[in-house]
Design a protein around this ligand. Structure first.
Ligand code: UD1
Length: 417
């Protein structure tokens, strides 16, 4: 079992390039199923979740080949319409393949994703929407058996919550459906816009992505294209938190600053000097961080739930009290217990976490409870006194390209053993 050994308290200094967004790469990989000919995704991060998606594509009969930071993909030889249980369990978000497989093959068989580290992860919104589009779904023995006896039909779909995955699944199913689909209360995340941009380049007719109402006019055929994946805004937030907690000075390159709208003000509130241009962000940390009065996670353009844990790790050593309210997932405070082992003073009551800043955290033996909780422990570790021994790296590798190498290049003392 590999571990990260982190010797803390070395200020981060220098420049980092931010890799492509995991949460864009996954639906984009599913979207390539819809295309004839070859698609090429540039800036595709080398993450274990991307690897699982590639395994799913290959299982389905698609071709996938990595060339440095790009993935070349072709679904011309697709032959299957099911995803085996072990691949569904590897990555809960593989449910986003459902809409794409249905649109391409007219049927799909997937095992149910079930619960995950963040609590129960229902897919009722996905299934209700697909049923509205003419999909007949039989849920039995832990599997979803889906057919489209009359083909996929465009439909008006009002989402009860702006679910990212449901919006993506509907878009993937709707681009090749008959007629027009109008999603109201759609998710507005940048990853939705990235997916729409790719699909539109392939010949789809999607308008309104990034707004609350997305309209998709079904087309007959899509043709693969080249596309550059947007930068990962959560990786950017994590590395900024790591710089801030060490009293460092870091410049991020290859970011999309407009996607960091609710994130950068939190660092300013914490006393950091932030200079942002379109594709770069420079952060200079103060001698001691200030608390953040209130961080409420919300659907985009609100503060992202995925950045909650790394920013909490940062505020654990602020001069005063910070409050977090988690509005998206039920079990998203699993990092709190591990941060407490490092000396953090955090109390959780339901959705609310109250963080009383301490002067310093101290290195300890801790375990990543989930992807972003793991990232929070890396942030805590680089800022702490002494050595942190962090296990559970399989979670972190899902979303950060070789986090230890990235941080080492800017002065962190961190190695994987
Ligand atoms: C995506 C992101 C994840 C991020 C989350 C919220 C990917 C691969 N993952 O996850 O990193 O944390 O958005 O920004 O892009 N819900 C239902 N029924 C449904 C679907 C969702 O009740 O059918 C609930 C969920 O339980 C959760 C909330 O809606 O409480 C948000 O979920 P959703 O936006 O769907 O998140 P994901 O797409 O799973």
């Amino acid at each position: 079992m590999s571990k990260l050994i982190i010797e803390g308290s070395h200020p981060l200094k220098g420049e980092l390039e931010i890799h492509g967004a995991k949460n864009s790469a996954l639906p984009l990989l599913a979207a390539t199923i819809l295309c004839h000919g070859q698609s090429c995704l540039h800036n595709c991060p080398a993450l274990s979740d991307v690897e699982v998606s590639v395994q799913i594509l290959r299982y389905l009969g698609c071709q996938a080949e990595r060339q440095k930071k790009s993935l070349l993909l072709s679904a011309d030889s697709i032959s299957r319409y099911d995803i085996p249980d072990h691949l569904m369990r590897e990555m809960r978000s593989s449910i986003v393949f459902l809409g794409a497989i249905l649109a391409r093959m007219g049927k799909a068989r997937l095992s149910l994703p079930g619960g995950c580290e963040l609590g129960p992860r229902p897919i009722d919104l996905h299934l209700k929407a697909l049923r509205q589009m003419g999909v007949v779904i039989d849920e039995s023995h832990g599997y979803l058996d889906c057919t489209t006896p009359h083909g996929l039909q465009g439909a008006p779909i009002a989402l009860l919550f702006p679910s990212v995955g449901a919006t993506e699944n509907i878009m993937l199913a709707a681009v090749l459906a008959k007629g027009v689909t109008i999603i109201t209360n759609a998710a507005r995340e940048p990853e939705i816009v990235d997916l729409a941009n790719f699909l539109n380049s392939c010949g789809a007719k999607i308008t309104g992505a990034g707004e609350g109402t997305v309209t998709i006019e079904g087309v007959e055929r899509l043709q693969g294209v080249e596309h550059r994946i947007i930068p990962d805004r959560i990786a950017a937030a994590t590395y900024l938190a790591a710089a801030a907690v060490t009293g460092g000075c870091l410049e991020l390159k290859h970011v999309e600053t407009q996607h960091l709208g609710q994130i950068l003000p939190m660092f300013e509130e914490a006393g950091c000097t932030v200079v942002a241009h379109r594709h770069t962000v420079r952060l200079q940390a103060p001698e001691r961080l200030q608390p953040i009065k209130m961080v409420r996670t919300m659907p985009y353009p609100g503060f992202p739930t995925d950045a909650q844990a790394p920013v909490m790790a940062m505020s654990a050593t602020a001069r005063g009290t910070s409050v977090f309210v988690e509005n998206i997932f039920e079990c998203r405070y699993k990092h709190v217990g591990e941060l407490s082992r490092m000396g953090a003073n955090i109390k959780v009551e339901g959705r609310v976490a109250v963080v009383e800043g301490v002067f310093r955290l101290s290195g300890a033996r801790v375990e990543a409870p989930d992807l972003r909780g793991g990232a929070a422990l890396v942030v805590a570790g680089v800022g702490a006194d002494g050595v942190t021994e962090l296990s559970g790296l399989r979670h972190i590798d899902r979303g950060y390209e070789s986090i230890e190498q990235t941080l080492s290049t800017v002065g962190a003392v961190i190695k994987r053993i």
